[in-house]
Design a protein around this ligand. Structure first.
Ligand code: DAH
Length: 341
């Protein structure tokens, strides 16, 4: 009997040791089968229980139970700790962490900031106006008659209460002149909205920067000088500016201005459709009718105003051929403008 008891005890000892050093679940299972399986060591040992006397049996039964439950418990424990270890092993804590991409200024904001900075150096300060405007500021005060096509519901987003999403930054001119006396020298960058069908050059939502200079004896020549300086600062010293006669309700005379093509230096290429010039936007001398709407005396003051399409400037600067790229927020596109990495 004492041999059987000590054999069971040493089986328990050996089993526990083997379990301890096993390093995967498969090995642990093999040990379980080896000791506790139907034909395992413990069962084999217990076969000889029949030869024991009835008095000896309870003692051996106790030892056998202890041996079985201890081994089974150790097997369970080991399997549990191995499975939690597996998760840990899959993480290599010596690897460096994953870097988060650093965001950067959107090209539209980059151009706005640079344009504002250039005009600031020329003595302009920044003015602001609401995106939701009334017809007076967006149209009437800008001398745009009620039957003007741009006021059509097909071109302008109207709100149910009769207000509208501003179609241009020009209403900021009115708001500024209503609230202060000349001399006034402001630029107003901001969002504009039009019911355009989006394509490579149109978007329902875009940005403009408006300029306004009102004082005594302001001349068209000064406007040209300002736009030329802007062109030089934004696109380089070789860029030239030209004026073409045009019509805007709020300026007289009105003009459209072009910059010589930055791609071919004015020689003619596919970007400028062989003309050597890139259309930028409109400008002119503030119409006396506009001055009257804001209580400014056209006999005493003159002024020039201009607008610029920010997306247009960005597309020229970064050689972007589709305005929609600026609004799709594709990070592969935007990453190109991240100069910080
Ligand atoms: N508001 C005009 C537009 O959206 C652009 C413009 C033209 C602005 C002439 C001006 C200007 O200030 O004088 O097309």
């Amino acid at each position: 009997m004492s041999t059987l008891k000590s054999e069971l005890e040493s089986a328990l000892d050996n089993g526990l040791k083997e379990i301890e050093i096993a390093d995967d679940a498969k090995a642990v299972e093999e040990i379980r089968i080896k000791y506790l399986g139907k034909k395992g060591i413990v069962s084999q040992l217990l076969k000889s229980v029949g030869r024991l006397s009835p008095e000896e049996r309870p003692e051996i039964g106790k030892t056998a139970n202890l041996c079985k439950t201890s081994l089974a418990g150790a097997v369970e424990e080991k399997k549990k700790s191995l499975s939690s270890n597996t998760v840990d092993k899959s993480i290599d804590i010596s690897l460096p962490g994953r870097r988060r991409g650093i965001g950067s200024k959107h090209p539209v904001n980059q151009v706005i900031d640079d344009a504002v900075e250039i005009f600031r150096r020329l003595g302009f300060i920044v003015a602001d106006g609401p995106d939701i405007e009334d017809e007076f500021h967006n149209f009437d005060a800008l001398n745009t008659p009620a039957d003007h096509p741009s006021r059509d519901i097909q071109d302008t987003f109207y709100l149910p209460d009769g207000r509208l999403l501003r179609t241009q930054t020009s209403p900021v001119q009115i708001r500024v002149m209503e609230s202060r006396k000349p001399p006034i020298r402001i630029v107003a960058p901001g969002r504009c909205y039009r019911r355009d069908t989006p394509d490579a050059t149109h978007s329902m939502n875009f940005h403009q920067i408006e300029g306004l200079y009102v004082d005594k004896n302001v001349s068209l020549a000064e406007l040209k000088g300002t736009l030329l300086t802007f062109a030089h600062e934004m696109f380089g010293k070789d860029v030239n500016v030209r004026f073409r006669p045009h019509f805007f309700p709020f300026t007289e005379p009105s003009l459209e201005y072009d910059f010589s093509c930055v791609n071919c230096n004015g020689k003619g290429c596919s970007v400028c459709r062989q003309s050597g010039w890139l259309e930028i936007s409109g400008a002119g001398m503030v119409d006396p009718e506009v001055f009257k709407h804001v209580g400014c005396d056209p006999e005493e003051y003159t002024g020039y105003a201009f607008g610029m399409g920010i997306e247009r400037l960005a597309m020229i600067r970064y050689k972007i051929n589709d305005i929609r790229l600026l609004y799709e927020n594709d990070v592969r596109f935007l990453r190109q403008f991240n100069y910080s990495t």
